[in-house]
Design a binder for this molecule. Structure first.
Ligand SMILES: [Fe+2]
Length: 378
């Protein structure tokens, strides 16, 4: 585990209060119907490496979890072993989806105190769990929908993941695809709820607003949405929050809310240093990406100027390009990775740009509309 401490982390978003503070995303936990098969998918298709396991063999009677890692991205895939209970209820209502966005903090007790005194609803009170590798302090609060944040203090722990887990070392090994860290995680919330949840992140977590997009920025002829991006002080945690907006046809956010039965995590953006290699590897292993019409590439360089990469492989893969004052970025979006049209991934490579691809919204949403049309949900 990293021994990095908070004093080394530079503050990049001066308006943010940063009273927690957060060093990064610790893990993302999905509640899924079949964790064993989901773990295989994320290893085989996405190149995540096995790290830790909790289940009957490690003394867990009611649930099983697989912990996978690539770069700094840690996924936990959890399924229930018995009928009833909160995990089954979550899967019944939402399908597979993100339950926990865990945040790596220096002091989980203080993080709980600071956020609950500012109005956060408790998920669980601070608790210490330990084994022969040391101890971890955990606490949790609720956020939008049934999603929660767990604060993880692991400075006194040296095991593979957490007490209760043992090392997971299957014979099956795959090569990673070059994913480095979580760039941002987007939440979809219901009609007129965006501001409420941005205020939650500002007031309860001390985050500041980076940018906002209204329905004029993010609309096509048919559909629209609104979005604001909230960031913590060191910029390591960026949470854009989307809400649906009125259009001629059904917003992709409304489609998500309908199938997820409420607010939840829409996409996880993961960073790479070489998007061409990463996306080529993912595609070869069966990950499906949104299709962008070839015409997008006819004038893209007029819009974004010179870039280091050859245009041809980007076009072949369907990678989108955008530029802001600080540089440019390359990005691509997968189709939903679950049966319900809910969660998907974004692969992003930043070459200076700190924005989110505003210039691509129209091309992207037209691509999503084509998919919605095929599903009969437009
Ligand atoms: Fe994104």
């Amino acid at each position: 585990m990293s021994t990095e401490n908070t004093t080394e982390i530079k503050k990049t978003v001066p308006q943010a209060e940063d009273f927690l503070p957060i060093m990064g995303t610790d893990y993302v936990e999905l509640y899924v119907g079949n964790a064993k098969q989901a773990a295989y998918y994320y290893q085989q298709a996405w190149g995540f490496q096995p790290v830790a396991y909790s289940g009957l063999e490690s003394g867990s009677k009611d649930r099983v979890s697989y912990v996978l890692q690539q770069g700094k991205i840690r996924l936990v895939l959890t399924s229930p072993l018995q009928p009833g209970g909160e995990i089954n209820a979550h899967i019944d209502k939402h399908g597979d989806g993100v339950k926990v966005v865990a945040l790596w903090v220096d002091d989980a007790r203080k993080s709980y105190e600071e956020t609950t005194k500012r109005g956060a609803k408790s998920y669980f009170e601070p608790k210490e769990v330990s084994d022969e590798h040391g101890h971890v302090v955990l606490s949790g609060i609720h956020t939008y929908g049934e999603t929660v944040h767990v604060f993880v203090e692991r400075k006194n722990y040296s095991g593979p993941f957490m007490p209760g887990y043992k090392e997971y070392k299957p014979n099956f090994q795959v090569k990673d695809v070059g994913l480095k860290y979580i760039d941002h995680m987007v939440g979809n919330v219901g009609w007129n709820e965006m501001n409420k949840w941005c205020e939650f992140y500002a007031k309860v977590m001390g985050f500041a607003q980076m940018v906002s997009f209204d329905d004029k920025d993010i609309s096509t002829e048919y559909t629209a949405l609104m979005s604001k991006v909230m960031s913590n002080g060191n910029g390591r945690i960026k949470f854009p929050i989307n809400e649906p907006a009125e259009g001629k046809k059904k917003s992709q956010i409304e489609e998500y809310i309908d199938f997820y039965n409420g607010a939840g995590v829409q996409h996880i953006a993961v960073a790479t240093d070489n998007i061409i290699e990463t996306v080529t590897a993912l595609r070869d292993r069966g990950v499906e990406f949104l299709y962008v019409p070839e015409a997008y590439y006819d004038d893209v360089l007029d819009r974004v100027g010179e870039i280091d990469e050859e245009l041809e492989p980007l076009k072949e893969l369907g990678v989108l390009i955008d530029r802001d004052d600080e540089g440019y970025l390359l990005q691509i979006f997968t189709k939903p990775v679950l049966d319900r049209p809910t969660m998907f991934f974004e692969i992003i490579q930043r070459k200076g740009a700190q924005s989110f691809g505003k210039g691509n919204f129209k091309a992207l949403f037209e691509a999503i509309e084509r998919e919605q049309n095929l599903r009969g949900t437009l």
